[in-house]
Write a protein of this length. Structure first.
Length: 115
């Protein structure tokens, strides 16, 4: 029993990726960083378009990091990690939305009346 546990802990890679997977993740992360940098440095696009491209690349880069570096996927071993991550996103959304709502109401209700 102890030998099986030691073999599983050292010999097999349950849920961990190979060096190839890390290299793929690194290359994707570099590409997803260089593209928005190049677009901003060129300055040929509209500012709104540049902003949406940067936000899109950032979201894709988050997914790349979650998959290739944090090894979060749909497997049974990662289910609790994914649930914890989703709960963190929910709390983050509640805090951000609540803060924006409070700031909007404070701005609307505390501004002096203009004549």
């Amino acid at each position: 029993m102890a030998q099986q546990h030691a073999t599983a802990a050292h010999g097999e890679s349950h849920g961990h990726s190979s060096v190839k997977s890390y290299v793929i993740g690194f290359v994707l992360a570099v590409i997803l960083t260089v593209i928005p940098f190049k677009i901003v440095m060129d300055g040929t696009m509209d500012r709104g378009t540049i902003l949406w491209i940067i936000l899109g690349m950032a979201v894709v880069q988050i997914v790349v990091h979650l998959k290739y570096f944090l090894h979060m996927d749909g497997s049974k071993g990662q289910r609790w990690n994914v649930m914890a991550f989703l709960f963190t996103l929910l709390i983050l959304f509640i805090v951000l939305a609540g803060s924006l709502w409070i700031m909007h109401n404070m701005n609307a209700n505390m501004m002096p009346m203009m004549k």
